[in-house]
Design a protein around this ligand. Structure first.
Ligand SMILES: NC(=O)c1ccc[n+]([C@@H]2O[C@H](COP(=O)([O-])OP(=O)(O)OC[C@H]3O[C@@H](n4cnc5c(N)ncnc54)[C@H](OP(=O)(O)O)[C@@H]3O)[C@@H](O)[C@H]2O)c1
Length: 259
């Protein structure tokens, strides 16, 4: 109607109210809006932590099952509502995750993304082994060795390179922009602590979801987030807390980035 629709409806005697549900609509389409306005998808950062704040045990501890069944099912639903699931190399190596949606009747296959500056993703990992069935992209820096790229490609793993950040890691803004270019609008970051803390530090974590268990680890482990990330979440100028939720015995705290 080239902008004349409202006037025509009103001329025809139809009451027209503008802005009904505007904030909900903006929230529902936030990934698309960010992609078309600033060129990157929206990011939801999810982590599970023990009552004493750890996302994992010490270096050689076995993988922790932190949350219960209800929270784990909620995470599967959250995963299914995103078109990419992203982890850092630490999580890919230590947890050997599949990052697939495992919900009855749901056939969605979000793009699996690994942030891996030097292309060190183990060839024997489950991510590599299942890459022909579940689309998988490794984001490396321009300095990563070319041979690794060919070996991963032979297994069906796509690689893409972006600039390094000042620490030598993958430039997260550039990585997200790359995902945005290929049509991704919603990224679910599932780990780990290092990637999560960086996303918050850079203002790239649009939503943060922390599932807290009642059980403490009871010994020093791998903190879920660094102190600067917690400070950002507590800063009302940066994050707005949402109403807490409960899944079984686990608590879910959520925040939305301001701005
Ligand atoms: N409880 C939970 O919710 C949860 C979730 C996930 C993982 N975990 C646990 O967390 C532990 C792994 O922790 P982590 O912090 O090492 O894992 P991570 O955040 O998944 O991976 C960190 C690695 O990602 C790579 N990376 C590339 N670009 C990066 C960037 N810009 N910023 C940060 N990292 C970048 C780096 O390796 P390169 O320099 O080699 O690229 C870095 O060492 C495991 O024990 C796992 O079990 C817990």
């Amino acid at each position: 109607m080239a902008g004349r629709g409202l006037a025509r409806l009103r001329q025809a005697g139809i009451a027209v109210e503008l802005g009904v549900g505007a904030s909900e609509a903006r929230r529902d389409h936030f990934g698309h809006i960010l992609r078309v306005t600033i060129g990157r998808p929206m990011v939801t950062l999810k982590l599970a932590l023990t009552a004493d704040g750890y996302a994992a045990g010490d270096e050689h501890d076995p993988r922790l099952a932190i949350t219960g069944e209800a929270a784990n099912s909620a995470v599967q639903v959250m995963r299914s509502l995103h078109d990419a699931v992203m982890v850092g190399l630490g999580t890919a190596c230590e947890d050997d995750p599949l990052l697939t949606v495992r919900l009855p009747g749901v056939a969605q296959k979000p793009l699996r993304v690994v942030l891996d500056s030097a292309l060190q993703l183990p060839m024997g990992s489950r991510l590599v082994a299942t890459a022909r069935e579940f689309p998988t992209v490794v984001v490396a820096t321009t300095a990563a060795p070319a041979e690794r790229e060919a070996a991963l490609a032979a297994k069906g793993v796509e690689t893409t390179r972006v600039a390094a950040d000042p620490t030598g890691g993958v430039d997260l803004g550039a990585a997200l922009a790359r995902l945005g270019k290929r049509g991704v609008t919603r990224v679910f970051s599932e780990g780990g602590p290092r990637v999560g803390s960086r996303l918050i530090a850079l203002g790239l974590a649009d939503e943060v979801a922390l599932f807290s268990a009642v059980k403490p680890l009871g010994r020093p482990g791998h903190p879920a987030l660094d102190p600067a990330a917690y400070a950002a979440l507590a800063d009302l100028a940066r994050y707005r807390p949402l109403a807490p939720e409960t899944y079984g015995t686990d608590a879910l705290r959520r925040w939305r980035r301001v701005g």
